[in-house]
Ligand binder design. Structure first.
Ligand code: TXA
Ligand code: MG
Length: 322
């Protein structure tokens, strides 16, 4: 039997002190569950790779899915992504609210690459819930947040759901009562012809009033489902998995203390820490993807905890290109 006290999360009613404490937890890289108008989010500092990796660890996701970055207002979104006329129209009408926009990441955006699992895009949303707004302002950072449930469970719409699902895997839960919408945000991809990636709190028809007909993921041969999109990131160089050494013209993506010698090496985690490895994964792959090399030799990562999601991404990146 596990000790119930050891797994009981900290739940705080939404007072100014609680919000200040939640902002402190976020600033030191912790996880805060907070209410939005759609569902409760499991939040972390979106600019901190380690904090974002902790989200995936807490959810026990077998794969990395790209996360939504929550921001306080349009200006904060514009600092992260390339803005467009379509984005402006939708933001004018639906923000703050249950709509998420996928736009191209700006080169200078300080958001963790793990947030968008190495994609060139970032999903941004301005939530309408007053508590989410207060937290964003108090924390002064973009907050990455998927729904605050373990992988495979339904999204939580009450603080109790979060506590039951995540227990002490979350550092703090802000209790703001039940969520008004209770359904996740609508996700619209604006990196190409406007496409509906996920139906949600804003009806498709309302978006089509602004932009005209949307392409819909999975319909008409549109290969735009978020899961599939997420598969597309792969370095230019081929990957060789389960490597125990590296050839002279290979870069080495190492893991753990026993890395063999190589001309160009980056270690995901010299101590073998999977959260650190997840935090470094996309940044290291990009850094090793250099001209003049034949490929990237990748050491084995254990198939447990976050290692599963890391290996899922590595296998996809190593798969033959189509
Ligand atoms: O209502 C909501 O959206 C809640 C609250 C907390 O804001 N969040 C939520 O997050 O539902 P999550 O992680 O459960 O769902 C995020 C969705 C997924 O379908 C994901 O694939 C998509 O957004 N997404 C995120 N970033 C993306 C990107 N760069 N490109 C394509 N899809 C993306
Ligand atoms: Mg979810």
């Amino acid at each position: 039997m596990t000790d119930p006290l050891a797994t009981a999360p900290r739940v705080l009613a939404a007072t100014p002190d609680a919000i200040a404490e939640a902002a402190r937890v976020l600033r030191r890289g912790g996880l805060v569950a907070f209410p939005t108008e759609t569902v409760y989010g499991l939040g972390a500092d979106a600019t901190d790779d380690r904090a974002v990796a902790a989200i995936f660890a807490a959810k026990e996701r077998p794969r990395f899915n790209p996360l939504i970055v929550h921001v306080a207002n349009v200006a904060a979104a514009q600092a992260l992504v390339d803005w467009s006329d379509a984005a402006a129209r939708l933001a004018d009408r639906f923000w703050p609210g249950p709509l998420t926009l996928v736009l191209l990441r700006r080169a200078e955006a300080r958001v963790s690459l793990l947030v968008s699992t190495g994609l060139d895009s970032v999903a941004v949303r301005v939530p309408a819930h007053p508590l989410a707004q207060e937290l964003l302002r108090a924390a002064g950072m973009p907050i990455a947040a998927p729904s605050a449930n373990r992988s495979g469970e339904v999204s939580p719409t009450r603080a109790e759901h979060v506590a039951q699902s995540l227990g002490s895997a979350v550092d703090l839960i802000l209790d703001g009562g039940p969520c008004a919408v209770g359904l996740e945000s609508t996700v619209v991809d604006l990196t190409g012809p406007p496409a509906l990636l996920r139906p949600g709190g804003v009806p498709r028809e309302d978006i089509e009033e602004e932009l005209g007909k949307l392409e819909v993921a999975g319909e008409g041969g549109t290969p735009k489902s978020p899961g599939m999109l997420a598969n597309h990131y792969a370095p230019g160089l081929p990957l060789r998995l389960d490597a125990t050494d590296a050839a002279a013209d290979e870069a080495l993506l190492a893991f753990g203390p026993d890395a063999p010698a190589a001309a160009v090496t980056l270690n995901l985690s010299p101590t073998g820490d999977l959260a650190e490895a997840a935090a470094n994964l996309f940044a290291h792959l990009r850094a090793l993807d250099r001209p003049g090399l034949r490929g990237i030799a990748v050491m084995a990562v254990p198939e447990r905890g976050l290692g599963r999601a890391i290996n899922d991404r590595l296998r996809r990146a190593a798969a033959p290109r189509t």
